[in-house]
Design a protein around this ligand. Structure first.
Ligand code: SAM
Length: 255
């Protein structure tokens, strides 16, 4: 199956236009006791948007780490006031010393990783005792609910198998000696967009990473179905989407 090329400028740009609901900021704040005096690391930071949020929430230092140069170029460009420390590295080999950070975020990263166990062990190694890891992902059963799959169910299975099972990730965290591991659902009601805007994002393969894996013919088939079906799903011309995320939260054992 083809892979997403994160060094493609169009892909990188797709990770550059992010907003975040206030509820997300509040959730992070309550998980981290305001982050004050913490060093925060966002692994697979994309445009660096969330790493900058962590800085604004009080982290004394925020590090955005990503293996894609193109993506990091964007993160640097967006970071107008140089708030972030930006590192190019692979999540499987973090160039940080043991206990270097207090908070690790992995937001929509795990379905791209080739070795989940190693990535979790690495996060555990760099986290100081009492520090927290937040994995934000989508449970495989929620993937089938995505709008493109409702309209074009023939591509569901190909997408579902990309997303690691939540229990499996929790077991890896326990194996890596995290002390408390728990999960929460986070319901994200997306800003409404017109059907044309949504179709344009699908056309330029910017709405879901499964789109990068479709052949030209499959992509054209999806677009045809969307143009035909969306007016029936959303007769007033506004696409309303909700993403049900899973947060996996784990605390690094205190010594
Ligand atoms: C779906 S994007 C998410 C970006 C950002 N976290 C967000 O939520 O908007 C996944 C990001 O992870 C990065 N990535 C994927 N595999 C990685 C790895 N093994 N090590 C470091 N970064 C990785 C990609 O370059 C990309 O920027």
């Amino acid at each position: 199956m083809p892979k997403v090329s994160f060094d493609n400028p169009i892909t990188a740009a797709g990770y550059g236009q992010k907003t975040v609901p206030d509820a997300w900021l509040e959730r992070i704040q309550s998980l981290t006791d305001s982050l004050t005096d913490w060093i925060a690391l966002d692994i697979g930071c994309g445009s660096g948007f969330h790493a900058r949020c962590l800085y604004h929430m009080g982290a004394k230092k925020a590090i955005g780490l990503d293996f894609s140069l193109e993506t990091l170029k964007l993160a640097r460009k967006e970071d107008k006031t140089r708030l972030l420390t930006v590192i190019q590295a692979d999540a499987l080999h973090l160039p940080l010393r043991k206990y270097a950070v207090n908070f690790v975020l992995m937001r929509t990263l795990v379905h791209h990783l080739t070795n989940h166990r190693q990535a979790i062990q690495e996060a555990g190694r760099v986290l100081a005792p009492g520090g927290k890891l937040l994995i934000q992902t989508i449970a495989p059963k929620q993937i089938a609910q995505r709008l493109i799959h409702q309209v074009c169910p023939e591509y569901v299975m190909r997408d579902v198998i990309r997303w690691p099972n939540i229990d499996y990730l929790c077991n890896l965290l326990e194996d890596a000696h995290f002390s408390h591991v728990w999960t929460e659902e986070f319901v994200d009601i997306r800003k409404p967009e017109s059907t044309q805007e949504f179709i344009e994002r699908v056309r330029t393969r910017r709405s879901d990473s499964i789109l990068y894996m479709l052949t030209k013919k499959e992509h054209a088939h999806l677009l045809t179905k969307l143009m035909h079906d969306l007016p029936n799903h959303f007769p007033n011309g506004l696409v309303l989407r909700t993403i049900v995320w899973t947060f996996i939260i784990a605390e690094k054992q205190r010594c």
